[in-house]
Design a binder for this molecule. Structure first.
Ligand code: AMP
Ligand code: ZN
Ligand code: FE
Ligand code: FE
Length: 290
């Protein structure tokens, strides 16, 4: 069983449409794939409609959250699985974040334009194609305009968190987001908890507290984690009773990763599903779309 629980489509900042993502997952030999676009569930329906018989689809999203830490606020990504996408708190927060992403994306572009970087707001919005705006969309505009040669290169310079054009966005409080996903019948798993500076906020005590508030697991096997980080996270998860998942965080050709590069054990997926209310069930062979 090949299970990959974290993948992006054009509903956020991936380059495969939800239907293309289903085909790519099938072609990569996956048995289960989760669609987890940033801050929205717009890819669920087209993915459900395009899913090949033999592929099980887990519907989810990657929530942008923040945690206070001694060094300032730290950005943390939270994967939510199998929650009710119509839950009022989720609908309201995702709509707020969509606006927030739009204004923040336009503010980054305005700074670049003021500095003479040859891109435009119209170009970036066109690339985003209606999806909540993310830095990778701006990165593609920078590539298209010949400013950099890859999106990855853009993240090392023009889009860097400490770079001159960076503008933060007001994300959801992490613990609030964990509770919101639980209230909507789903389960939360912290995405890449050691990927990009999250260690400053995600201490053992904080993770234990989140587990007490209903967090289901930690994404341990992620391309951004080295062996020492994986071992540390596995030990924390064992001590506080959290599940450990693995996933690629596939973004199509915005990132150099392949589907199924990191995987989750079947028993872990079964356990995760058992912690959801079943409002939305994964669509497997023979099931009708929820
Ligand atoms: P944002 O959510 O707008 O702050 O942008 C962050 C997004 O950029 C996340 O989805 C990351 O997966 C993606 N990202 C981060 N670093 C890179 C990189 N080096 N190349 C491509 N995408 C990246
Ligand atoms: Zn992304
Ligand atoms: Fe992420
Ligand atoms: Fe992601």
């Amino acid at each position: 069983m090949i299970i990959d629980l974290h993948a992006h489509s054009t509903a956020s900042d991936g380059t495969d449409s939800p239907a293309e993502l289903m085909a790519a997952a099938d072609a990569a030999g996956l048995d289960v794939v989760a669609i987890t676009d940033h801050d929205n569930t717009g890819g669920w329906e087209p993915a459900i409609l395009a899913r090949p018989e033999q592929l099980t689809l887990v519907c989810g999203a990657e929530f942008s959250t923040v945690v206070a830490a001694p060094t300032g606020t730290v950005s943390v990504h939270l994967l939510g699985y199998l929650f009710d996408p119509q839950h009022p708190a989720i609908v309201a927060e995702q709509s707020r974040l969509r606006d927030e992403r739009l204004h923040r994306g336009l503010a980054i572009v305005a700074k670049m334009v003021a500095a003479g970087v040859p891109i435009s707001a119209e170009q970036v919005l066109d690339i985003a194609g209606g999806a909540p705006v993310g830095r990778p969309h701006i990165g593609r505009a920078l590539v298209d305009s010949g400013v950099v040669s890859t999106v990855d290169e853009a993240f090392g310079s023009y889009l860097a968190g400490r770079g001159p054009y960076y503008v933060p966005k007001a994300d959801t409080d992490l613990c609030t987001a964990v509770e919101m996903i639980g209230a909507a019948g789903g389960v939360g798993v912290i995405a890449h908890p050691r990927g990009r500076g999250e260690y400053r906020a995600l201490t053992f005590d904080r993770i234990k507290d989140l587990a007490d508030h209903g967090l289901g697991g930690l994404e341990v096997d992620h391309p951004d984690h080295d062996e020492a980080e994986r071992a540390e996270l596995r030990s924390i998860a064992a001590r506080v009773g959290l599940l450990t998942t693995g996933s690629s965080d596939y973004h199509g050709h915005n990132k150099v990763l392949r589907l199924g590069q990191e995987t989750t054990a079947p028993e872990t997926l079964a356990e995760l599903i058992s912690r959801t209310s079943g409002v939305i069930v994964p669509v497997g062979p023979g099931d009708s779309p929820a």
